[in-house]
Design a protein around this ligand. Structure first.
Ligand code: HEM
Length: 397
């Protein structure tokens, strides 16, 4: 099905400035939800679908809203992978990769390693009294955890962090910057080599990791399939939990009374996590392509139409979330869309939940006394959104 690169007949056309979207996409999303809930946006080359219930509807129809988007930037960076396949090809890849990241395996296999990784980083940080928590804590922490879970014993946390950033920049390179493509290609070459080496080792000695699971699956994967899917996981496994950590930490640092309350009631860390994911979703949107004509949000999209499901907007839909722009861990329970939905629901959700709510936040806030914001922070991005830095000070110990 050839991708259509123009507005569907009758679809409203809305001009949005990409630089403005990166700075703060939420005012544009509010306008779209109100005035044009399905709009063709020329600078993005897609129809943006922005209301909660329309996004949920699309997610429930993967046979109409295909993940096999032609010209996908992700495909260009990583090659064919589970995220850009539909079932049954998608299911085969996901079934091979998923067992090590289910809740029970997270608890039994990885929880202790995560705790040690956080403890080691905090041992190094504690005497300093000042840090950028994104660069100096969150990123190396989640990258070290990912090396463990994937089975990349031959890569450092710094390698994984740098590869992830270079690939993610490629995945969102809508501006087609050649330097971004070059850095992404260097990173994917390095990941391919590291995965090839470890796949050989775990073929002889299985180790419970994701690479091992893919090598020994009932329907084993080819090396290229393992490499491509590990690239996707490295992309998603660093940026998003790092960014969610940052947004939640910022919300707590701005409201010391809320932080004190959460520290008294450890079950509340999970509510902070889910609310932070809703409030400023680490993934703002992802693409789909229609395989047949379909009517949604008042427009009939022809087969081949390109649509972006703007989950960051659905998560601020005021018809679903009252005072949607406020961070409120006590709001009535209503599922957010930050992990997607349907067959591609985030595979690493339990890893992210555990590492952030059981380790990163409680260990950090428990250990660094008198922690406070050093200066104001800046959020950036709309395809992916997070803090560019989170500078803090504390009483050095
Ligand atoms: C707060 C953290 C995270 C958020 C908000 C998040 C968000 C998402 C979203 C929205 C999708 C669906 C994309 C689509 O349908 O096109 C997704 C898929 C995925 N995520 Fe995550 N993610 C997070 C953490 C992680 C981690 C830690 C890992 C790996 C350990 C991971 C691995 C994946 C994989 C492999 C997929 C593709 C699943 C499939 O195609 O079946 N994610 N994630």
């Amino acid at each position: 099905m050839t991708a259509l690169t123009a507005a569907a007949p009758g679809a409203p056309v809305v001009e949005l400035d990409l630089a403005e979207l990166r700075r703060d996409p939420y005012p544009a999303y509010a306008r779209l939800r109100r005035e044009a809930p399905l709009a063709w946006v020329p600078s993005v080359g897609r129809h943006l679908l922005t209301r909660y219930h329309d996004i949920v509807r699309a997610e429930k129809l993967p046979e109409v809203f295909s993940s096999r988007e032609e010209g996908s930037l992700l495909l260009r960076v990583t090659g064919p992978n589970m995220l850009r396949e539909d079932d049954p090809a998608h299911r085969r890849l996901r079934t091979a990769a998923e067992p090590p990241v289910r809740p029970r395996q997270v608890r039994d296999l990885w929880a202790r390693g995560f705790e040690e990784n956080a403890g080691r980083l905090l041992d190094e940080l504690a005497p300093r009294g000042t840090a950028d928590l994104i660069r100096d804590f969150a990123e190396p922490f989640v990258a070290a955890n990912l090396a463990l879970v994937l089975g990349l014993r031959n890569a450092s946390a710094a390698d994984i962090g740098a590869w992830s950033q270079a690939m993610m920049d490629g995945n969102s390179n809508y501006a087609d910057d050649p330097d971004v493509w070059l850095r992404a290609a260097n990173a994917t070459g390095a990941v391919d080599a590291a995965v090839a080496e470890m796949a050989e080792i775990v073929r002889r000695e299985p180790d419970g990791s994701v690479i091992s699971s893919m090598v020994h699956a009932p329907e084993p994967l080819e090396l290229a399939e393992i490499q491509n899917n590990i690239k996707v996981i490295i992309g998603g496994g660093v940026n998003e939990p790092r960014d969610l950590f940052g947004v939640g930490a910022l919300a707590l640092l701005r409201r010391p009374e809320l932080l004190a309350r959460v520290q008294q009631d450890p079950a509340a860390w999970r509510r902070v996590f889910e609310e932070a994911a809703r409030w400023i979703s680490p993934i703002g949107m992802y693409p789909r392509q229609l395989v047949q004509d379909f009517e949604i949000a008042g427009t009939t999209l022809p087969a081949g139409s390109r649509v972006a499901l703007v989950i960051a907007s659905g998560n601020r839909d005021e018809s679903v979330f009252e005072r949607a722009e406020e961070f409120d861990i006590d709001r009535p329970h209503q599922p957010h869309l930050a992990f997607g939905g349907g067959p591609h629901f985030c595979m690493g959700a339990w890893i992210a939940r555990h590492e952030v709510t059981a380790n990163a936040w409680p260990q950090l806030f428990g250990r660094l006394k008198g922690l406070r914001l050093d200066d104001d922070c800046r959020l950036d991005g709309w395809v992916f959104r997070g803090l560019t830095s989170l500078n803090v000070t504390w009483q050095a110990a």
